[in-house]
Design a protein around this ligand. Structure first.
Ligand code: 5HY
Length: 251
């Protein structure tokens, strides 16, 4: 069998069990022959909840992209689209992040959608991304289910119930026509929730896999002139020396 494209799926937090669940969700929708490699850094936060965690997850994310540079495309599996712009300056192939991918997919099937994410502190980053992607007008509201990221994989927690209750509120109060699940850890809930509410419930991991496959099939990749041009070679000091563009360029 001829090998299909290789997709590097990077979970920027350090929780292996979550990375494995993300890998399974990606493989479940990948085309026959597409190879999924799900990875996460050894260094950084176990979950990304807010700007501080986000800042410290980026070096690990960029290190994984460097190690996986041979892949045909990269998928960033954090709903805040953590490190997306920096990733596009250093990865040769297309880079698709699950937040942006889910918003575009929702816009293809509904006039409006609401997002249901984890904690309130994650809401502003998602709202900012919607504005910069030019999709804020399609989003009725970004809601928090107040479920911590890692509770999503704890079968003893009431995480699924709380996400479901927040979706029910979004459909009534926001008059949303579709729902976007606002965390990579919710990937395995989409099918069940779509059946429960009989509206499109979109998961970013599967949306990103299909968009990455489409970009590869169309031989499209990141424009490397302007904002996403390779970083200028220079040396970095201290603990981040190994991240210096100079050392990247030398590889
Ligand atoms: C995510 N955090 O998708 C985001 C969701 C959030 O560790 N994986 C994380 O709450 O911001």
């Amino acid at each position: 069998m001829t090998h299909g494209p290789r997709l590097l799926v990077v979970n920027p937090n350090t929780t292996r069990s979550m990375t494995e669940a993300i890998g399974r969700a990606a493989a479940a929708v990948a085309a026959p022959g597409t190879r999924i490699e799900a990875v996460s850094p050894a260094d950084g936060p176990p979950s990304i909840e807010g700007y501080y965690d986000e800042a410290f997850s980026v070096p690990g994310l960029l290190a994984e992209l460097r190690k996986g540079a041979a892949a045909d495309a990269a998928i960033l599996a954090c709903f805040d689209d953590t490190g997306l712009d920096a990733a596009r300056t250093v990865f040769d192939g297309p880079v698709v992040s699950i937040g942006e991918a889910a918003f575009h997919m929702a816009s293809l099937v509904a006039g409006s959608f609401s997002v249901v994410t984890t904690l309130q502190r994650s809401v502003p980053a998602i709202e900012h991304n919607l504005v910069r992607y030019g999709l804020a007008a399609r989003c009725r509201r970004v809601r928090a289910s107040e479920v911590p990221v890692l509770a999503l994989e704890d079968p003893a927690s009431d995480a699924h119930q709380r996400v479901s209750e927040e979706i029910a509120r979004a459909l009534v109060e926001d008059r949303a026509e579709a729902i976007v699940l606002g965390c990579a850890g919710m990937a395995d809930l989409a099918a069940e929730l779509t059946r429960e509410f009989r509206v499109p419930v979109i998961d970013g991991v599967s949306a990103a896999v299909k968009q990455a496959e489409a970009l590869i099939a169309l031989r499209l990749s990141t424009a490397k002139r302007g904002a996403y041009a390779a970083p200028l070679p220079k040396s970095y000091l201290g603990v981040l020396q190994s991240f210096a563009p100079a050392s990247i360029a030398a590889e």
